[in-house]
Every structure is written in structure tokens, then in C-alpha cells.
Write a protein that binds this ligand. Sequence first.
Ligand code: ADP
Ligand code: MG
Length: 504
Amino acid sequence: MLDLTYETPKPKVIAGARHDWELVIGLEVHAQVASKSKLFSGASTQFGAEPNSNVAFVDAAMPGMLPVINEFCVAQAVRTGLGLNAQINLISAFDRKNYFYPDLPQGYQISQLYHPIVGEGEVIVDMGPGIARKVRIERIHLEQDAGKSIHDMDPNMSFVDLNRTGVALMEIVSRPDIRGPEEAAAYVAKLRQILRYLGTCDGNMQNGNLRADVNVSVCRPGDYEKYQETQDFNHLGTRCEIKNMNSMRFIQQGIEYEARRQIAILEDGGTVDQETRLYDPDKCETRSMRSKEEAHDYRYFPCPDLLPLEIEQTWVDDIRDSLPELPDEKKARFVAAYGMTEYDAGVLTADVESAAYFEAVAEGRDGKLAANWVINELFGRLKKEEHTISESPVSADQLGGILDLIAKGDISGKIAKDLFEIVYTQGGNPTEIVETRGMRQVTDTGAIEAAVDGVIAANPDQVEKAKANPKLAGWFVGQVMKATGGKANPKAVNEMVSRKLGLS
Ligand code: ADP
Ligand code: MG
């Protein structure tokens, strides 16, 4: 049912001083699993808790403490893999990634290098109606997060907060299939949307629940196609990795800066060093954090405290059966079922709550009219006041009530907007408001006729003009609407005016 025909967007080309260059980008996204407890302990993951209040003995690496895998976190990784059409590995294993850092009391991070729980998948990244890029996912593995060192609380001391130590992360690694800064941001946005639909990560980038390491290289036109044919990385340029990006805007700015920096080096006859860099949003530039020579030797080895993780196919199937309708499917269904544009369907399916709201309004009503009202009136109004759909003062029932009044001919589209404004600011039942405030549309031909006669009698000059030029009849319609306080049925007025002026 999903229409997968789309055009592939062109790669971003940057003109250097000597020739053109193309960008190649691959992302490693760290998504915090939406779990109440940590990956290997029962400690809480609550954000913003008192420092060091959510730390189990195993998180603090007390001697003799053993990690116990959290089944819920494993299920979320599987769920995410299924949501990304990925291969689920029934056997995976945890490895120790050894390094010393004060916020990592164990002296190693438990991760999955050799046998990740999720293998190859894909994300369809929308770049406008009918234009999308398929970005391949290489793997997703489960790992622990580290704690937080705090250096700015005291001039002489550093502090450590271990609340985040041991929180479950899913590292989602893409292939280098992304071809520009906007695409990279759109990829992260699409991934976040899917994770939120699945409920496996809340995607809050400000809290650091979703952050990306962004790998950037540049190549000459044609080289990327050779890489795609052969999967041989030698056709691509040397990459640099920009660490820990947690804003869509910074991701784009960082990539743009980094690509231009590499192009300048290459055109100058130099070579790009493979290194890890940090983005400085104040200066809008990246700077070196560590070079390949300084790269850690993590001495990965299988974690002896944990057995290989074996899951059952039936368990995976149960998770698959519980998957919700995902954004691409929902969008395609909205286009097909309600006859709306892909653009509108994209707006309405941006998040689960908006889509559910729309469907509640559209149920048993004109879908196109419902889409129009939800997008233009409601979303427009909510956006102005920076409210989310869950904070909407107008419920789906109330908006549906307004649409019913339009459909029955009780109110005109124009009065409906006034009514919407009343419901939005003061609440209430739309039908009752129309009754008590006398907003009902006048369809009574006697009353309309009287108003039309009045306007015609008062404007003999205009009558002569309109008879010569029927286009001017609209002026009479406007006058009658004014005289009736906008409540006259516009169609009835139109007909009556034409008849009285002898135009029909
Ligand atoms: P490492 O183990 O050094 O992190 P990976 O093979 O895991 O290397 O790759 C890390 C990320 O770098 C992946 O997301 C991948 O798509 C990306 N990547 C690899 N080569 C390139 C390249 N030439 N240009 C841009 N990104 C790349
Ligand atoms: Mg990597």
C-alpha cells in the first residue's frame, strides 16, 4: 500500500576555487532508550534528579557487583530495529570498550562491537513531496551511557554526577549515504519521528536524549557513484567526525563548515587528517579534539560478566505484531483515504498526536475539509501561541461540531471562523454558541429577499452599472452580507441578487 516511487535528490555541490566537490555524510545517532530503569541496573533514569541520587552499586562499579540485562531495553532495541525494517539478530553479545574517564567508574563501557542486536535496515528521508533519499542503516547496538563531569561549579574542584551512568543507549549507525547538510538534518528528524511513533526514545535533543556524531568527507563528482557500485571506501575522501551534536541547526552548520575546511585543504594540495572534531556554535566552526594517532585503543573484548544475548523468534514476532502504523504508511494512507496532498499528509502525520486528532475530526466527515481546518485554522493558531496539539484548547469533538454546522448549512465558512475563535478562546459547545449568540445563517428567503430589495432600492446607479457589467453583482452580494451581519447564506444571496438584477 505504501507508494515507494520517489525521485532521489541531487547531492549538494560546493564549488571550490579549482573545481566542484560533493559531500558524503554518515551519522552515528545515540538515542536514549525510553526506559524507567537503566540497562544493567534497577536505578531510575529520571531526568533532572538530584545529582548522584539515581546510582545503583553496579553503576558506581562497586567491586563484585554484576550487571543484569534489562529485558525492556532489549525489547525497545528490537522494536526500533523492526521499525527501521532491519535485520534482528537472535544472538548478540556485549563487549567491553576500555577507557578511563572520571564519569565512567567501571573503566570500560559495555557496548556491542562484534555482534550487535540489530543489523541492516533503512530510513526513507523525505526531502519534499515526491523526493526522498533511502539511507541505509548499518547496525544498531545497545550500550551504556556515561556520567557527567562538572568543571564549572568550583574554581579548584571538579565534580561528577553518575545519574546518567549506565542509562541505555541505542547507537544507530548509518551508511555514508547522506549527501548534504539539509539531508543530514532531515535524516535525524525522520529517525526521531520514527522513534517517537515507536515510543522507544522520546527524542528530546535539548536533554541530550538524541545526539549525533556526524562523519563528513568530500569527493569529486562521480566518485560517490563508484563507491555505491563497489562499496569500496577508497573512492571516498578521508572523513572527520564531529562529535555530540544535539541541534538540527548546528548539525547543518557544522557540516557546511567542515566540508569547506576540507575542500580548502585539498585544493591547497594538502591531505585531510582523519580526526575527531568539536563544533563551536559561537564561532560557527569545528576544531580538532583528537587526531587518529591519539585515537583510543579500546581493547575491546567480550564482557565476561554477561552471557551472549539470545532472544526467541516468537518474542520478536510478538513485538512486530505490536508495532504501530509508522509515518510513511500513515502518510500514504492519508493521501489515499482522504484525497489530500502529500504535503498536507506530511503535516498531519508529523507526530502521532496530530494524526490522531485529525482522524477524530475527519471521522464521518469530509476529510479534505477536516484537513483544511486542522492545518490552516487549528495548527496555525497553535503555532502562533507556541502550543502543541496536546495543549489545544479546542478538542477534536468541538472542531468536528463546527464542521457539522458548516455541512448542515447552519453557518457559513466565514461565521465558522468567528465561531472557531470563540471556542478557542472561551471554550463551549459550538451548536449552543451558535444558538445563544444568534450566529445561525439566514437561509429564510423572505429575509434575504428583503435585504436584497433594500440594497437595490438604495443604489439605483449601481444597479444600472451591474446590468451593463454582470461582474459588479458581487458588490450587491457584499452589501447584503454586510446588512445581515454576515449571516445570510451566501449561495442564496448570490442567486437572489442575480435574479433581481435580471442577470439570470
Ligand atoms: P568507526 O568504527 O571508526 O567509527 P565506522 O565504520 O563505524 O567507523 O563508521 C562510522 C561512521 O562513519 C558511519 O556512520 C559511516 O557511515 C561513516 N563514514 C564512513 N566512511 C565515511 C566517509 N568517507 N565519509 C563520510 N562518512 C563516512
Ligand atoms: Mg563507529
